[in-house]
Design a protein around this ligand. Structure first.
Ligand SMILES: Cc1cc2nc3c(=O)[nH]c(=O)nc-3n(C[C@H](O)[C@H](O)[C@H](O)COP(=O)(O)O)c2cc1C
Length: 325
């Protein structure tokens, strides 16, 4: 079956710079969902909020913007603005696990309240020109919360339901709950996108054997760790002999591109150190390189540590390290 690969929204990582740079160096991703933007009640939409979503800043791959909100009016206003920018589809975030978000009944915090989801969709859907897709977890506290939410989704015309089979309070701990995901597949009137812990060709193949009816797959941290993963999945085999050089070129391009937009070397360093939490896991002895990079206090020091690593220390690991957050 032809499968469609989605790049997951990862706030602080898969922004426009990352997505554009990614698509100059790699292929395999069909479409990305952008990290969320929030609505602000009663306020006009600040240009800075949607700068990363402007079509001229997003030339690399098709994009679905994502909105985090429980306020129908704000959602309608923002979705309509995004439609005017050319976005025929927007995604509603029902998965964000962070207590600051979830405690306010946003993101995964709405999942225990199917009636609120229902009335939100009832108000929003007839009022927006876009098609709506939804990204959800199984619940906030309990995986069975989703069983009261799926019938609500089924009553509305949605493009697709992206399911990350964990609950909010798990954050990213524990294993995805594949039994409950399977039950959701059976219940959904809409196409379902699987998302969670696809970190290698093996893990992808295991999931696609288990869920042959799924043709849409979303990859997040697995791509941050190994940006060749989508191509490897597409090819059904790992045929890249010069991975370290390929990753190095990508790293250098990211460093350069972020250098153009982030003000000051400390922001740039912080951003690049964030990426290394993931990059490092593609290599043997990942702790060691992480430590050295985190210690670098200046851009010059950072560049020399990274250069040395790529030129003489880096050894590719055939089994990527474990995700941690
Ligand atoms: C640092 C971080 C930021 C994230 N930001 C978002 C976000 O803005 N919107 C969203 O729907 N999911 C967000 N997620 C969740 C991912 O999209 C994805 O559902 C999750 O990482 C599981 O998929 P993976 O195992 O392939 O990474 C974030 C995850 C992480 C680790």
């Amino acid at each position: 079956m032809m499968c469609k690969l989605y790049l997951a929204p990862i706030r602080g990582f898969t922004d426009a710079v990352y997505r554009n740079t990614f698509s100059e160096h790699f292929s395999g991703i069909d479409i990305a969902v952008a990290p969320f933007v929030t609505t602000h009640q009663g306020k006009r939409i600040r240009p800075a909020l949607i700068r990363g979503l402007l079509p001229e800043n997003n030339t690399g791959m098709p994009l679905i913007p994502q909105i985090l909100s429980k306020d129908p009016e704000g959602f309608i206003r923002l979705a309509t603005r995004l439609y005017d920018l050319g976005y025929g589809t927007v995604n509603w975030n029902l998965g964000c696990p962070f207590p600051m978000v979830a405690n306010k009944q946003r993101g995964s915090g709405l999942l225990p309240y199917p009636d609120k989801i229902d009335s939100f969709l009832e108000t929003v859907l007839p009022a927006i020109p876009n098609i709506l897709s939804v990204k959800t977890r199984l619940g906030r506290r309990h995986g069975d919360e989703i069983f009261r939410v799926m019938p609500v989704f089924n009553r509305y015309p949605l493009k697709e339901i992206i399911i990350h089979p964990r609950v909010g309070i798990q954050m990213y701990e524990g294993k995805p709950d594949l039994e409950t995901f399977e039950a959701c597949l059976g219940l959904s009137a809409h196409p379902v996108v699987y998302n969670g812990d696809i970190s290698s060709l093996d893990s992808f193949q295991g999931l696609s054997l288990r869920f042959p009816e799924v043709s849409r797959w979303m990859l997040g941290r697995g791509v941050l760790i190994n940006p060749l993963l989508p191509e490897i999945i597409r090819n059904g085999q790992d045929i890249f002999p010069h991975k370290i050089e390929i990753i190095r070129q990508f790293h250098d391009a990211l460093f350069q591109e972020y250098g153009k937009i982030l003000c000051g070397p400390s922001h740039l360093l912080e951003r690049m150190k964030g990426f290394w939490k993931y990059f490092a896991l593609s290599f043997k002895d990942s702790r060691n390189i992480q430590k050295k990079i985190f210690k670098a206090k200046t851009a010059r020091r950072y560049e020399s540590v990274v250069k040395h690593f790529f030129e003489s220390e880096a050894r590719w690991s055939s089994t990527p390290g474990k995700f941690r957050g």
